[in-house]
Structure formats: structure tokens, C-alpha cells
Design a protein around this ligand. Structure first.
Ligand code: ZN
Ligand code: ZN
Length: 409
């Protein structure tokens, strides 16, 4: 049994616009056992955090840990062994940046969850959707216009999704992914940037198909997350019962209010469009993908204000691919330009926890939660870029009670 006492910790967790008064935090094994002032419990190790700030580990609710290269059609053709090896590097990078939990919205499989649980991979804890569901010609169909072969991607680790059409297949594959360890269901309900035959304005799946995915997810006690850009697609998805709205770049005010009334959560991913526009070509993304990105990139920043003003809850997302993963923390700074810093932090702590269905277990420094914590050498409420720099400002990163990094004296 290991025990660690952190003294004089000023906690920043997204629930307030200032750090709290100093408290002590007692960690035993992988859990936070006690939070309060003047804890006298004896511990094997004691750290004084007077010079630092303490935060819950970060949660990124939109990642693809199997996306080793930016060209997703090519990624799906690589051998599983190569995809896994690259994925381990991606996961290590995320933990190094302070992300102790990520929600994978397409690609990761149950074997990767087990590998983390067994301690074989040092990365964020994983909450996965399994393969995203896409209609033929939709956002996970990388066959291109001339290849008629049926879906050969579903079994490949490097594929973000699988193709299904019609009520029967959507129902069956939703059940199949849940059986395979999916904690929520991902559907591609709108055209996409990275895929070859679906312009942004295309709607993915019929209303009937979307409602079937929602019914099956709800039967399993969970929800549907949908890839969405246009206002029309977002409204339709919410009407069909979709809970988690990914991207939402082109959302308008009325739809944002409607989504908020329905209790939906949006997961914007601004940073990916910035990076695809600036360096996507160099990283092997096709010219069509790079040219498609411009419309959604420009609208992205406005969408944050629109959703925030409408009272729609926003979770943190990055959606980066391949070499772009290094920019995962830049989303904090982009959002901080239009939102209060503490609300941006909330998106990656308590809001993320809720969307991962792990409220009270992650994204918080409180009794009974997993000991996922960051020790920072500066206050991120004053400057959100403190959360960037590949974790350089993090003096310590603890996950599940174990230090992934510790430079504390
Ligand atoms: Zn997407
Ligand atoms: Zn994505």
C-alpha cells in the first residue's frame, strides 16, 4: 500500500474563477482518500505544494489514438501491429501533456483498453466508442468513387469506423460495438473533411437509422455521439436523440439553444482545423481535404461564442491526427480567446468526466476519485498556455496514484 500526502495545495478544477484556499490531499493507492485542511494522517511521502497549483488530470473528449498518420484512408490499410506501435507513442504523448483520460471517438478497441488496465501501455485511461458507424459514402468510407468492394475496414485497427446501411445493420453494429467494449456509440451523421466522397453538407444516415442507434445506446444505458458540422445536421441529430455533438463548427444560435434545452453537450475541436489548414498538406492529407477545411475553420471560432452564449455545455476536444497530436493542448488557448479561462478548464475536467460517464471518479480532486492530478508551476487561470508546452510547466503528473512524472522536491 502506498500513501502520499500533498500539503498546502491550491486547487484549480474549473468550478471557480480563482484557486481555492490551500488544503491537504491524501492519496492512498490509486484513490484520493481525503481532502481537507490540516490532515494529520501519516503518509509514506509528503510534498509541500505551497509554490504550486494542483489540478485534476485533464480529459480530452475527442481523440483518435489509432490515427498514426493524417491520411485516414491510408491509416486503415496499415498492419494492426504497426498501428498499435504508433498508437502507444500517441498515448504516451497525451499523458506527458497531462491528459490522464481520453474519450476515443472512433478506432480504438477493447484490446487497447485492456493493455492500459494491465499497465502495458503508459497513456491516458481510455473511454472508447469502438468503430464509428458510417453509411456507405459517409465519413468513414475511404474507398473513393471507383472502388465498389464492400467494407473491408471494420476489422482493421487503423480504421476509425465501419460501414453499415439500413435499420438492421445499424442496429446490429451498434450492439456489436457495445458488446466489444464501447462505452458510448459514435455515428457519422454529416459529411467530413478527411473523407473523399462526402461534402460537408451531406447528411449521414436517415432519421430512422439515427433513432435506432440512439435506442440501442439507451438500451445499454449510454448515448450516441455524432460527427456534425452544419446547423441542419446538428438540429436533426438532436431531434433524433443524439446527446454528444462533435465539432459543431457551423451551428447557429437557435439550434444551440435547442440543443441546450435538450441537455446535449457539444465537443468543439478547433485546433484540428487550424492545423489541417496550415500543415495538413505537408503531412500527406489530400488537396481536397485541405481545401474542404477552410469553411469549417473560419466558422469554428464564432461557434464557440454562439454555443457559450446559448448556454450549451462544452467539453474539451482536439481530434488531432498523426504528427499533429503534439498540438493537443492548443485548444485551451484558442477557446480562452472567447471564453473565461475557468470554463475552458471545466470543459477538460468536470464536464469531460460527465461525458465519459465517470462523474466523481475523474476530473475532480475529491474523496473517492481516482488520483489523477497535475501539479503546475504557474496558475492556468492567468494563462491557459501553462497547460501547453508538452507538459513542461507540469512539475508532476499523477495517474491512478502513480507518478507519470515527478520533479517535486
Ligand atoms: Zn468528426
Ligand atoms: Zn474525430
Amino acid at each position: 500500500m502506498t500513501s502520499i500526502l500533498f500539503k498546502n495545495a491550491r486547487i484549480i478544477d474549473g468550478t471557480s474563477d480563482r484557486a481555492n484556499d490551500p488544503v491537504d490531499v491524501f492519496v492512498e493507492n490509486n484513490l484520493i482518500r481525503e481532502v481537507g485542511s490540516g490532515i494529520t494522517t501519516s503518509a509514506e511521502t509528503i510534498f509541500d505544494l505551497s509554490r504550486y497549483y494542483l489540478m485534476p488530470g485533464l480529459i480530452d473528449c475527442h481523440v483518435h489514438i489509432v490515427a498514426g498518420v493524417a491520411n485516414l484512408g491510408v491509416n486503415a490499410t496499415f498492419p494492426d501491429s504497426l498501428v498499435m506501435a504508433r498508437s502507444i507513442r500517441i498515448q504516451e504523448g497525451m499523458l506527458k501533456r497531462g491528459f490522464t483520460t481520453v474519450r476515443d471517438v472512433g478506432g480504438a478497441d477493447y484490446g487497447q483498453v485492456k493493455a492500459w488496465e494491465e499497465g502495458l501501455v503508459k497513456g491516458p485511461r481510455l473511454v472508447i466508442s469502438g468503430k464509428a458507424l458510417s453509411q456507405s459514402g459517409g465519413h468513414c468510407d475511404f474507398r473513393g468513387p471507383y472502388n465498389p468492394w464492400p467494407d473491408h475496414y471494420a476489422q482493421r485497427l487503423g480504421s476509425l469506423g465501419r460501414i453499415c446501411d439500413g435499420a438492421t445493420e445499424v442496429r446490429r453494429f451498434t450492439r456489436e460495438e457495445i458488446k466489444g467494449g464501447a462505452k458510448f456509440v459514435k455515428v457519422m451523421a454529416n459529411g467530413g473533411v478527411a473523407s473523399p466522397t462526402d461534402p460537408i453538407h451531406f447528411l449521414g444516415f436517415s432519421r430512422e437509422e439515427l433513432k435506432i442507434a440512439v435506442e440501442e445506446a439507451e438500451n445499454a444505458g449510454t448515448y450516441v455521439a455524432a460527427h456534425l458540422y452544419t446547423d441542419e445536421a446538428i438540429r436533426r441529430a438532436v431531434e433524433c436523440g443524439v446527446h454528444s455533438l462533435e465539432h459543431c463548427n457551423l451551428i447557429q444560435s437557435e439550434t444551440a439553444k435547442f440543443a441546450a434545452e435538450q441537455g446535449a453537450v457539444a465537443v468543439p475541436t478547433l485546433v484540428v482545423y487550424d492545423k489541417i489548414a496550415s500543415i495538413g498538406g505537408e503531412l500527406g492529407m489530400g488537396a481536397s481535404a485541405v481545401s474542404k477545411v477552410e469553411a469549417v475553420r473560419k466558422a469554428g471560432m464564432d461557434s464557440i461564442s454562439i454555443m457559450h452564449d446559448a448556454g450549451l455545455t462544452l467539453a474539451y476536444g482536439s481530434d488531432l491526427l498523426g504528427e499533429m497530436h503534439q498540438f493537443q493542448s492548443e485548444e485551451f488557448v484558442l477557446r480562452g480567446q472567447v471564453m473565461p479561462a475557468y470554463k475552458v478548464i471545466a470543459s477538460a475536467t468536470n464536464i469531460g468526466a460527465k461525458l465519459c460517464k465517470m462523474e466523481g471518479q475523474i476530473g475532480t480532486i475529491s474523496e473517492g476519485a481516482f488520483a489523477d492530478m497535475l501539479v503546475l508551476d504557474a496558475n492556468p487561470l492567468d494563462d491557459l498556455s501553462v497547460l501547453g508546452h508538452q507538459g513542461a510547466r507540469m512539475a508532476a503528473i499523477m495517474q491512478n496514484g502513480v507518478f507519470a512524472k515527478c520533479n517535486l522536491q
